[in-house]
Design a binder for this molecule. Structure first.
Ligand code: GP9
Ligand code: MN
Length: 694
């Protein structure tokens, strides 16, 4: 009896489900029937953008990226919703127009990606030479089937259109209120999808979206249409910024540099390296405080330490980066200008005039080049390196990148240096004097590929003698398994790559007439709490000491800021033991590099913000993009309007106020130089002429 009742219940449930499904199917079918144009429009545009991603980026992450599909759907359906305001007879033109527009975006990016392994940017179209390049590229590439595949979207739309026409679909009468209702319903649905999309965004997604340089990531997470809109805003922003305040900016600029001289003050380092080749090493996330560290008596950075002890070592040197990290570091190193207040100079202001070290060396007959085995468009380097004066930029496509040689973002530093030596050897054979910047990559956050860094335990090993006279080795985990510990392993790897590079250069005789210049580009960007365990490890309990422990060393926000120093080293093979072999402890910033090196190599730039360290000596000041500053006497925090004294010396309030004012002025002038393109004499002369005509 019970069995029959159950069977009956089951049957009833099945019928109910069936009816519900039929109803649902019916509803969906009805919706499709009435909105076929909109549905096909959304489907083909989303399909195109999905195809673009799949054909360009062959990573699992990309294939699984439903967020991009969602974002594309939101964009296209929002655009599509407005189509409902149009009468049915004219609606096709609207959808077809936008379909062509979205298809064009996909096709342009598809072509661009083939050539540059990156996605297109509207801002670059303003550079005429870029249009030339892309123009050629399009012509050469036009026959590639994969770029034409997107035409399938408009073709499908046309087929659907003719079918609908036959069925008199466009003759349907739709009341205005009905059309409005449809539009609003569709917009509501898009808004609902948008809410879901926003909830799922991670902080990394958001930060990369605003920083805008990691184009592949943005396309992978936000889809090509959002990427292109974001890119449009980024391209327009600098124009808006530079529309107002030119006169004031230009006046302040002229006042600021009114007394600037056409040559540096001479000192004992003037022209000491004139005519020598230069290899500058941009050491990713290399920090000075690591140089003092040892684990089980082994130095974390033995090679860096050797260079520092044999050459000129500036151990109180700061990088002055903002959100543009590596690129900001390159900007300041090359031009002595500070990062911009909004956006980044490399991405948002790449069409401004810059006076870079390479262009100054070009004038002196040097051949100049840069090398970085990453995608050339990262941080917009392809454009900016040319702008700074590098005659040749060797990027990822110039290197052989085998899968087994990849660490983190790309080719491992060891392999990068190895392959670079061959290129430098050739350059050396073909050129009289040369200057190259080599940008390292492996020691990059999140420092998680520990198995690739090689053996370097960051634990504490102790040998204990027991009562019976036998010995035993005890291991305390210490920094093992921590983020900072992994950073030490990573930096140890980078250091050993550096060692191999120097050795390799020497073997080829490339160090004979060459000066090595090395700078850390910025700190490891690890939160302050990571340092607690390093300085306050209690091995007995394998934990961090309590703050009330008398041995507890507080690593406060000032210690953290001071700890962000990066190494700056100038080294030659034969410097050791000479009067050029010393450590300079005066505070120094990345913006002091141009004048300091300029004095040694004999190149000069009038529009610099830093000083020759051998000229300004202990009176130097390093300003940071956030308004903080540091000199030999104190570190000043502008947000808190508080400071940490660094010496016993009395400091007057007046002196602090003066330095703060100096910092603000310097940041303003620097920002104006970039935003208003004030180094572009031709442009400024024209503007001045227009001004006087008025
Ligand atoms: C990218 C590399 C890292 O090519 O230089 O940049 P970062 O994340 O350090 O700014
Ligand atoms: Mn960096």
């Amino acid at each position: 009896m019970k069995f029959i009742r159950n069977a009956f219940k089951k049957l009833k449930k099945n019928i109910k489900n069936k009816i519900y499904t039929i109803k649902k199917d019916h509803l969906i079918r009805e919706y499709f029937k009435n909105n076929v144009l909109f549905v096909v429009f959304v489907a083909v545009c989303v399909l195109n953008s999905t195809m673009l991603r799949f054909l360009c980026m062959h990573t699992v992450e990309n294939f699984l990226s439903w967020k991009a599909i969602l974002a594309d759907t939101i964009v296209v359906s929002t655009v599509g919703a407005f189509g409902y305001y149009i009468k049915p007879k004219d609606r096709f033109a609207y959808y077809f127009g936008f379909c062509i527009f979205f298809t064009a975006i996909c096709m342009i990016n598809s072509v661009y990606y083939t050539f540059y392994t990156s996605f297109a940017s509207i801002s670059m179209l303003s550079l005429t030479q870029y249009i030339g390049d892309v123009g050629d590229a399009v012509v050469e590439n036009v026959l590639q089937l994969k770029d034409l595949v997107y035409l399938i979207g408009p073709i499908i739309m046309l087929v659907v259109h003719f079918k609908l026409k036959k069925k008199n679909y466009y003759k349907k009468v739709e009341l205005k209120s009905e059309r409005k209702k449809k539009a609003l319903h569709t917009l509501t649905a898009s808004a609902f999808l948008l809410a879901i999309f926003l909830i799922t965004l991670s902080s990394l997604d958001i930060s990369r979206f605003f920083k805008q340089w990691n184009k592949e990531y943005i396309v992978m997470r936000f889809g090509i249409y959002v990427y292109q809109a974001n890119d449009l805003v980024a391209s327009v922003q600098p124009k808006v910024n530079s529309m107002f305040g030119y006169d004031k900016a230009s006046k302040e600029f002229n006042e600021y540099f009114a007394d600037a001289k056409d040559s540096y003050e001479t000192n004992e380092y003037t022209n000491i390296f004139e005519g020598k080749n230069i290899i500058a090493i941009h050491a990713e996330s290399m920090m000075t405080n690591v140089m003092d560290l040892k684990f089980n008596d082994l130095e974390v950075t033995p090679n860096l330490n050797r260079l520092a002890s044999e050459g000129m070592f500036f151990n109180n040197f700061y990088s002055q980066v903002s959100v543009g990290t590596s690129s900001d570091s390159e900007l300041t190193y090359n031009t002595s200008l500070m990062p911009t207040k909004s956006g980044t100079a490399f991405v948002s202001y790449s069409n401004r005039k810059y006076i870079g070290i390479p262009s100054l060396l070009n004038e002196k007959g040097y051949y100049t080049f840069s090398m970085h085995a990453n995608n050339a468009d990262f941080w917009n380097r392809r454009t900016m390196h040319k702008n700074l004066g590098y005659q040749r930029f060797y990027s990822k496509t110039d290197y052989e990148v085998k899968k087994e040689n990849v660490i983190g973002l790309g080719l491992s530093d060891k392999e990068f240096f190895k392959q670079s030596i061959d290129k430098i050897e050739k350059i050396n054979a073909e050129n009289d004097k040369w200057y190259g910047l080599l940008i390292m990559l492996s020691n990059h956050t999140p420092f998680s590929e520990v198995d690739k860094y090689g053996e370097f335990p960051v634990d504490i090993k102790e040998t204990i003698t027991k009562e019976d006279g036998t010995t035993e080795e005890v291991v305390y985990p210490y920094m093992e398994g921590t983020k900072l510990g992994n950073y030490f392993k990573s930096i140890h790897y980078a250091d050993s790559a550096l060692g191999e590079f120097i050795e390799g250069l020497d073997e080829k005789g490339l160090l004979e007439n060459t000066v090595i210049v090395l700078y850390g580009d910025h700190d490891a960007r690890l939160p302050r709490k990571n340092y607690d365990r390093l300085y306050n490890y209690d091995k007995e309990t394998d934990s961090v000491m309590e703050e009330d422990n008398p041995e507890y060393k507080e690593y406060d926000s000032y210690q953290y800021e001071l700890g962000r120093k990066v190494p700056f080293i100038i080294w030659t093979k034969d410097m050791h033991g000479t009067k050029l072999n010393f450590t300079n402890s005066n505070v120094m910033g990345m913006y002091d590099v141009v004048p300091t090196l300029g004095n040694m190599f004999g190149f000069h730039n009038k529009y610099i913000l830093g000083h020759d360290i051998f000229d300004i000596k202990e009176n130097n000041i390093v300003c940071f993009p956030n308004g903080n500053w540091v000199n030999n006497k104190l570190y000043y925090n502008s947000q808190k309007a508080a400071y940490l004294p660094l010496t016993e010396e009395e400091i007057s309030e007046e002196e602090i106020a003066q330095n703060t004012e100096y910092t603000n002025k310097l940041l303003d002038v620097s920002n104006n130089i970039i935003v208003f393109d004030l180094l572009n004499e031709e442009k400024n002369n024209k503007l001045r002429e227009v001004g006087t005509e008025k």
